[in-house]
Write a protein that binds this ligand. Structure first.
Ligand SMILES: [Zn+2]
Length: 601
């Protein structure tokens, strides 16, 4: 009980210290959130107006539109730099660490926006925290999902405790931007990739509010540290960043824990903390060799606490980066360099799929007690949370194992007609070359099994595929103009995750190659009858093998179509490219004559 009172006094002191500091703030610089007694969040226009004022006031801030939403709204990022490095080139030259903070990818979860406004004011207006930007270039996206943000309503998040009204989870095309990082169907995502790949921020923070069980933590987080990032980066995250980050946020009075993802149906079975797939923001920025942090405030905490917990988390990130600017730059550079060395030159396999191992470490979970009661509504038991807190040691499963991986080829050959694939590769920062003339190659190709499974319903607008394949070697002559993607490049993990069909977010999985599985020519029975008879007549061994199959396989023997098709498939009329993946692996290292490099960045 005493501890409880002490904690609440500390929280009160912290909040009142914030209020006190706001005592010095002129009305003009109070945020909409503060003026609403911490209950409301501003609309897009008010938000952008406030961000514009930073640009007007400070020579160190520049508001840049990096694209348009489907409904025509500008996507803005505020760049804050004491050296006025407002372009990717000048930022790179400065040698300072670049931090990208993203708010409102799920625009109903908008605390990051209100926290960012106060934090930026403390840096640019009151200058209380201005010195934390001595070694950091800060980029803040006020709202990423701008169209969703303007679907403003009190009824958008049934589980969430404020703000009074808020935006909607997905964009105007009903796409969840936080599943779009690889396939990039949304115009917002294509714009984002251009921004990200041009600037190459060293660290990325994505602000959310979570759904799920009730517990004591105001802030939970996930940070990529195992297998989908290089150990050089993962070790810094584990040993240096996390201890500092957790301590700082707790110091401000907010309980913090790794993202609470139950291993089973209840907490006693433990929680898991693994590697995120690249369709999500943190999984994507991880395979781009960056430090990737996901913030998830707890939906049931009041909006004010959620905003200030986010403020506290963002502030901790900035402090850490400012203190270790050169070190962090070096870690990110090394993670990049080592990844290329290991995956390209030493041919180590690149992880594609992950699982959590059975190893665990003890973790003290701070929960809220509940009881189970029969429910008249569901007809089953319901969970009723009480006000009572509890602490329980549970296993935290945080060791990632790789369940599937691939060795990168020397290069991929990509037919030039695959325009959408080529465009998306470039958006991802992949450098491409083109053959200057027709060339003969020994390649590895993939041929898919015929039993392909499609999802019954669209997922994120796509009919995704699961299909197995075998690889085979072939000799091909490809035309001049064919694209070559060498593995020897910075974004090699992204390259293989897009082009290797078995990767969970590959082009193939997302249905970019669905037409490849369609057969387009068929035989007429009476034509095939005649042709098959001729084939048998001219080939005794074919005749033998056919009748052997008829005698040994009753299903085949009783299927007239299959019997005819047996010959069709052996005839030159059968489409040899059916079910064959058009992108080829060039495994042998060779010197190629190519045209100028093509890349966006
Ligand atoms: Zn979210």
């Amino acid at each position: 009980m005493k501890i409880k009172i002490l904690v609440s006094i500390i929280i009160q002191l912290f909040l009142s210290s914030l209020l006190f500091s706001q005592g010095k703030i002129s009305d003009e610089w109070l945020t909409y959130f503060e003026k609403s007694n911490y209950l409301e969040t501003p609309r897009y226009k008010e938000t952008i107006d406030y961000f514009r004022k930073f640009e007007k006031l400070s020579p160190y801030a520049k508001l840049i539109s990096f694209g348009k939403s489907p409904e025509g709204r500008d996507l803005f990022v505020l760049v804050v730099s004491k050296d006025k490095c407002f372009t990717p080139q000048t930022a790179k030259k400065s040698g300072k660490v670049v931090l990208l903070i993203q708010n409102g990818i799920h625009s109903g979860e908008i605390e990051g926006k209100d926290a960012s406004m106060i934090l930026l004011r403390d840096i640019l207006v009151t200058k209380e925290k201005s010195h934390y930007l001595d070694n950091v270039i800060l980029m803040v996206i006020p709202v990423f999902n701008v169209d969703g943000h303007e679907r403003f309503n009190p009824f958008n998040r049934i589980n969430q405790n404020g703000p009074k009204e808020m935006g909607w989870r997905v964009n105007a095309l009903n796409l969840n931007l936080n599943r779009d990082f690889m396939k990039t169907d949304a115009p917002e995502m294509r714009a984002w990739l251009k921004l990200f790949n041009a600037w190459q921020p060293d660290m990325f923070v994505d602000c959310h509010a979570t759904n799920g069980a009730d517990y004591q933590y105001t802030m939970t987080y996930a940070i990529e540290k195992d297998k989908n990032v290089h150990p050089v980066l993962g070790n810094w995250v584990k040993n240096s960043f996390i201890p500092f980050f957790e301590k700082e946020v707790e110091k401000d009075g907010f309980l913090i824990a790794p993202y609470v993802w139950f291993r089973g149906d209840e907490i006693r079975k433990g929680i898991v903390d693994g590697a995120t797939g690249p369709r999500l923001s943190n999984g994507y920025t991880a395979i781009q060799n960056k430090i990737a942090l996901l913030l998830e405030t707890h939906m049931l905490k009041d909006y004010k606490s959620r905003v200030f917990a986010t403020y506290s988390a963002l502030y901790a990130v900035i402090q850490k980066l400012n203190a270790e600017s050169q070190n962090v730059k070096e870690i990110v550079r090394k993670a990049e360099e080592e990844s290329v060395k290991e995956f390209v030159h030493e041919k180590k396999s690149i992880p594609l799929r992950y699982q959590i191992s059975n190893e665990s470490v003890p973790f003290i979970f701070k929960g809220i007690k509940y009881r189970k009661e029969p429910s008249e509504i569901s007809g089953k038991e319901k969970i009723v949370y009480t006000d009572e807190k509890f602490e329980l040691e549970v296993p935290l499963f945080n060791k990632v194992i790789v369940t599937d991986s691939v060795v990168a080829p020397f290069a991929y050959l990509i037919p030039s007609h695959l325009k959408e694939v080529i465009e998306i590769l470039k958006l991802h920062g992949i450098k491409l070359h083109r053959l200057n003339k027709k060339t003969k190659f020994k390649v590895e190709k993939y041929k898919f099994d015929e039993d392909v499974t499609w999802q019954r319903r669209p997922y994120e607008s796509r009919i995704s595929v699961s299909a197995k394949y075998n690889s085979f070697n072939d000799e091909v002559v490809v035309p001049g103009g064919t694209y070559i993607a060498y593995s020897n490049q910075r974004a090699v993990r992204v390259l293989v995750n897009l082009l290797e069909p078995k990767a969970p977010d590959s082009f193939l999985f997302w249905g970019f190659f669905n037409s490849m599985f369609e057969r387009k020519e068929y035989f007429e029975d009476y034509v095939m009858e005649k042709y098959a008879s001729e084939m048998i007549e001219n080939d005794q061994s074919l005749k033998t093998s056919f009748f052997e199959k008829v005698n040994s396989d009753s299903v085949f023997a009783n299927d007239p179509y299959k019997r005819l098709e047996y010959f069709y498939r052996l005839s030159p009329y059968f489409d040899q490219s059916w079910n064959v993946y058009p992108i080829m692996r060039l495994n042998e290292k060779i010197e190629l004559k190519t045209l100028k490099e093509e890349s966006y960045f």
